[in-house]
Design a protein around this ligand. Structure first.
Ligand SMILES: Cc1ncc(COP(=O)(O)O)c(C=O)c1O
Length: 389
């Protein structure tokens, strides 16, 4: 087998629309291919590599922990897991005080849903149109986009009701006494970097309170400093009952979790939920190193300032082609009329990786420790592209 392309085509499920690009190593916000070409990574594994590539703190945590203990069952106490839980609770607002670890974002949302229906004894979950919560069965049902659900109907229960983003009237109509929970992304990620209005988020909180339902905030993409706050909901003066995290939490090492109040957490008594790998010593040690580094390098604050500078500069391009620039911190979306893929291709030629989501939205979710000069380089490339078209 000569080329990676042939190997891929021959032996792998072809379920990803992959670019014909492969990387051999990375350093900071840069990736390198086999020919040594450098790429500025504004994708970061889709908001995953929060510390960029090969950060020494992550490498040290992986090597150190792997040399001692990689995995033990959740049948035993796990020091690294308990310490990570403490650190997560310490950066969370009051009321979010108990953690359950899983391995991915979809799994975190499945756990949140199980927690909510069991806690309330109810059978309905409200989700927002154009959302993305993962590909497993229940997470897929609350992913209110036909393109992801098509062909999998029989696997999904009839427990969800969808409302339009930022439509408070449809929210009011959807809530009733059978509503176990409402799940919401503070800024829709896969849906095209679409922020919730403050009034909508706050109405969701009030309606949950009025109806005895839980507010679940999906922080899988927005969490761990990405938006310039530890959590996306902190832009809204609202505290959810449950949050789900994954992606940036492990900086590239697979780990996720849900966080809830102590009282709500008690719903999942021994045996009611679990996972073999969730919160393993290795995953927990790495995620703790990531969290500590985000803290020690001041990356939450700097995400806010670097993102604002970039967004202010991109907003200067608003017009017929650049229809909107939105997001928060280092979660930036630039909606284009028709040239998003041309821009992506142009940036790649210049050695910059961009992602296009939701059809025509150029998404930028670089490592949180990206340098201001790299950010400027990207906005300069985008500006030059716009001048030439
Ligand atoms: C908001 C949100 N929730 C859940 C998921 C699913 O996470 P995972 O792919 O780790 O299952 C994603 C993935 O893109 C996401 O953006």
């Amino acid at each position: 087998m000569d080329t990676l392309k042939e190997l891929d085509n021959t032996y792998l499920f072809q379920n990803y629309g992959r670019q014909d690009l492969a990387f051999t190593h990375g350093c900071g916000e840069y990736l390198y291919d086999g020919a040594g070409k450098e790429y500025l990574d504004m994708v970061a594994g889709i908001a995953v590599n929060s510390l960029g590539h090969a950060h020494p703190a992550m490498t040290a945590a992986i090597c150190d922990q792997a040399s001692r203990l990689i995995h033990v069952s959740n049948l035993y106490r796990i020091k690294e897991q308990a310490e990570l839980a403490e650190a997560l609770v310490n950066v969370s607002p009051d009321g979010l005080e108990k953690v359950l670890f899983v391995n991915s974002g979809a799994e975190a949302n499945e756990a949140a849903l199980k927690l909510a229906v069991r806690h309330t004894g109810r059978g309905k979950v409200i989700a927002v149109e154009n959302s993305f919560h993962g590909r497993t069965a229940a997470a897929l049902k609350i992913t209110a986009q036909a393109k992801y659900q098509e062909g999998f109907g029989c696997l999904m229960g009839e427990f969800a009701e969808y409302v339009s983003l930022n439509d408070i009237e449809s929210l009011k109509t959807a809530f009733d006494k059978d509503t176990a929970a409402m799940i919401i992304e503070p800024i829709q990620g896969e849906g095209g970097i679409r922020p919730c209005d403050k009034e909508f988020f706050q109405a969701a909180r009030d309606l949950c309170d009025d109806n005895g339902s839980l507010l679940i905030c999906d922080e899988v993409q927005t969490g761990m400093g990405r938006t310039g706050e530890w959590f996306g909901f902190q832009h809204y003066d609202v505290v959810p009952d449950v949050i789900s995290l994954a992606k940036g939490m492990g900086g590239g090492f697979p780990i996720g979790c849900i966080i809830s109040s102590d009282e709500v957490s008690k719903t999942l008594s021994p045996g009611t939920h679990g996972t073999t790998f969730g919160g393993s010593p290795l995953a927990s040690a790495v995620a703790l190193a990531v969290l500590r580094t985000i803290e020690s390098e001041g990356l939450v604050k700097s995400a806010a300032t670097k993102g604002k500078t970039m967004m202010d500069s991109l907003k200067g391009l608003l017009g017929e082609e650049v229809r909107d620039v939105r997001g928060a911190g280092l979660m930036i979306g630039m909606e284009m009329a028709s040239k998003s893929h041309d821009l992506q291709k142009h940036a790649l030629e210049k050695g910059v990786l961009l992602n296009v989501c939701a059809g025509n939205v150029v998404r930028m979710v670089p490592p949180l420790n990206v340098s201001p000069s790299s950010m400027k380089k990207v906005s300069d490339i985008i500006k030059a592209f716009m001048e030439d078209i």
